[in-house]
Design a protein. Structure first.
Ligand code: OGA
Ligand code: MN
Length: 278
């Protein structure tokens, strides 16, 4: 089937018009979508009516679903499918039934604290607030290419320590590493399919660049986080119910704006398994 690809910003992201993802796609269309995805890094499909099976089928065109999206089974009762994670502020007896429940979320790449982080994430909007909760996507390749050449040289071969506490959405200070999932990854990673280099440290999860004086590590990390957040490298998505977005965690980062806590926001997430970053 034919589809149109409409760029959503000068940095990254495109809307795909045409496909009805509640139906299977033919291999030619899948190949074309994959190519468009590698080019634009974030694809947006609007007005979709998708159950879990349809969303999982779409995700499978890009790779196998991850079953290791989260450390505990908080959302299992509500969505027992191991592939699915609910991103929602819905609560039962005062406890969130899903993950990332409230408001702002700092820039990050999904599961950078795991040895094998998610390659991609497929997020479907079931219920959205009437304002706020926009998701910001940053092109980490553009941010990398814009770095000062001297800094790029200083970062050659460097690795960084990533750690995450699932209850943290906006980090202040350092996280207590004990008992939390953690992984060391390159500061700059190379995309295995496109060969493009991207900044792979993030404000939410990266604590330090290894083998470097702490003050220098902190200063460089702030420079790298600020590069990701430059408005000209960012696309801001205003969600509507029925939106489906697939993003590439190998070359983008994302963040979320605050939203009213007295309105329901319910997103269904399927992660796609990835390799060890290099
Ligand atoms: C995620 C995430 C952002 C959002 O699901 O990994 O970061 O807008 N979600 O809810
Ligand atoms: Mn995320």
């Amino acid at each position: 089937m034919k589809f149109d690809t409409v760029p959503l910003s000068s940095a990254l992201a495109a809307e795909v018009r045409g496909p009805d993802l509640s139906q299977p796609l033919d291999p030619t269309t899948v190949a074309a979508l994959r190519a468009a995805w590698l080019e634009h890094k974030v694809l947006v499909f609007r007005d979709q009516r998708l159950d879990v099976e349809a969303q999982a089928r779409f995700a499978s065109y890009f790779g196998p679903a991850s079953h290791t999206q989260a450390p505990d089974a908080r959302s299992r009762k509500h969505d027992p499918d191991r592939r699915v994670l609910l991103i929602t502020n819905l609560r039962e007896d005062g406890r969130p039934i899903g993950f990332l429940p409230d408001g702002e979320l700092q820039f990050h790449s999904d599961s950078a604290f795991l040895e094998r982080p998610l390659m991609a994430t497929v997020l479907y909007a079931v219920e959205v607030t009437d304002r706020g909760g926009e998701t910001l996507f940053a092109n980490a390749c553009m941010a990398c290419a814009a770095l000062d050449p001297g800094l790029r040289a200083r970062l050659e071969g460097r690795r960084a320590f990533n750690v995450y506490d699932y209850t943290t959405q906006v980090k202040s200070g350092t996280l207590d590493r004990a008992g939390l999932p953690q992984a060391v990854h390159p500061v700059i990673r190379t995309h295995p399919e496109t060969g493009a280099q991207a900044i792979y440290v993030n404000r939410l999860m990266t604590e330090e660049i290894l083998d470097m004086p702490p003050a220098e590590s902190a200063a460089i990390l702030e420079t790298l986080f600020a590069a990701i957040e430059r408005p000209e490298f960012v696309y801001e998505h205003v969600w509507r119910e029925g939106d489906l977005i697939i993003w590439d965690n190998r070359c983008t980062q994302h963040a979320r704006r605050d939203f009213p806590g007295d309105q329901t926001r319910l997103m269904r997430r399927i992660g796609i398994a990835g390799d060890v970053p290099v």
